[in-house]
Design a protein around this ligand. Structure first.
Ligand SMILES: NC(=O)c1ccc[n+]([C@@H]2O[C@H](COP(=O)([O-])OP(=O)(O)OC[C@H]3O[C@@H](n4cnc5c(N)ncnc54)[C@H](OP(=O)(O)O)[C@@H]3O)[C@@H](O)[C@H]2O)c1
Length: 337
């Protein structure tokens, strides 16, 4: 069986990875419809000898589609997801528009696949930092019972879209010529800098991005009492987020059990040989399907405490790959209608 697939936001940083991964994973599509704004309408997308004309998104864009992966921001998702759903197309949404909607499953296929099967036409993909953090946290939760965590993120610029990636490149190029160009996407220069600010600030001083880790982790792992304290930081890395986590668990930590739990979990690798200078780094996990965990050590700062570092490609596991995995899951469970 084959499926008609749309990508809303096909020209963006995530959209381009979706096109690549649908091909790489041999997703069974019979038609690929590439949707974006009027800015891109009529442009030609080429990939592996095939070409598609980008279409401007409108009310009838979703007719006859089986799936559409939305990657065009929350505003577009709010406008077009109900229309797509009405047209009988299953929406897998990368924006934050529906993540906390109780009627919309929020899914990481390795963690809560059954939730996807309860969909009513829209399935939400988690925030990129949440997805990557949970690939390390969930197997440890299964082993020891997660209670709380403190996280600090090291977020790549491609997490802010194609324009931000260009901004880093432009600033680096200007610097190499002894020039300075003012920032546009970020409030401060990102080249040779770190910015302790991702997304808008709430009145309590936390950012919306920091609170996503709390709320989305609770929903995905079904842990209503989980406590999370997060500081999100943008770093001049092109691609792949990293998160330093110190977590507190219900039960005493046995390091060898913790390591076995990570090794046994699908799509996460244990890279933890500090004596050989081996630990996960974004440069090694860009364009890689697996996330990786390392620097694992017990800590007494929290009860049954464990500190570790997790890295993963936020364009893939944090967006494009996770969305395609959800579609593959529905197909494999015959739930794609
Ligand atoms: N980047 C990541 O790592 C990441 C991770 C997780 C989730 N997400 C989410 O995924 C979404 C896309 O992110 P991105 O990084 O790919 O952004 P991006 O590179 O800025 O791309 C945005 C895409 O949205 C399209 N778009 C903008 N306005 C539109 C409109 N009015 N109608 C139709 N299409 C429109 C753009 O089309 P044009 O080219 O025509 O402007 C482009 O294809 C966002 O919701 C983001 O929060 C991103």
């Amino acid at each position: 069986m084959t499926y008609k697939v749309g990508i809303l936001g096909a020209t963006g940083a995530v959209g381009q990875e979706i096109i690549h991964l649908l091909h790489e994973r041999k997703f069974p599509f019979s038609e690929l419809r590439l949707l974006a704004s009027s800015r891109s309408a009529g442009k030609v997308q080429e990939y592996q000898g095939n070409s598609w004309t980008i279409e401007e998104t409108n009310q009838s864009s979703f007719k006859d589609l089986d799936f559409c992966i939305f990657s065009a921001g929350g505003g577009q998702s709010k406008t077009f997801a109900p229309i797509a759903k009405e047209a009988g197309c299953i929406v897998i949404d990368n924006s934050s528009a529906f993540r906390m909607d109780p009627s919309v499953p929020l899914v990481v296929p390795e963690i809560n696949p059954e939730a996807a099967l309860t969909h009513q036409g829209i399935i939400a993909n988690p925030n990129c930092t949440t997805a990557i953090s949970l690939m390390g946290l969930f197997p440890l939760h299964k082993a020891f019972g997660l209670k709380s965590l403190i996280a600090c993120t090291y977020q790549a610029v491609s997490g802010s879209g194609a324009e931000a990636l260009q901004e880093l490149d432009d600033q680096l190029m200007a610097w190499s010529k002894g020039k300075n160009i003012p920032p546009k996407v970020y409030p401060h220069p990102i080249a040779f800098n770190v910015i302790p600010h991702v997304d808008d600030f709430n009145d309590d001083g936390f950012t919306r991005e920091e609170m996503k880790l709390l709320h989305e982790s609770r929903k995905i792992m079904d842990l209503d009492d989980l406590m999370v304290n997060c500081t999100c930081v943008r770093v001049p890395v092109r691609r792949a987020h990293s998160i330093a986590i110190t977590a507190s668990f219900e039960n005493a930590i046995d390091l060898s059990v913790a390591k076995e739990a990570i090794k046994a979990f699908p799509n996460v690798e244990l890279i933890d040989n500090p004596q050989q200078l081996e630990y996960p780094m974004p440069i090694n996990y860009s364009g890689v399907s697996s996330c990786a965990l390392g620097r694992m050590r017990k800590t007494e700062i929290l009860p049954n405490g464990l500190s570790f570092w997790v890295t993963g490609d936020q364009l893939w596991k944090g967006a494009a790959l996770n969305a395609i995995q959800i579609a593959e899951l529905l197909i494999s469970r015959n739930s794609a209608s």
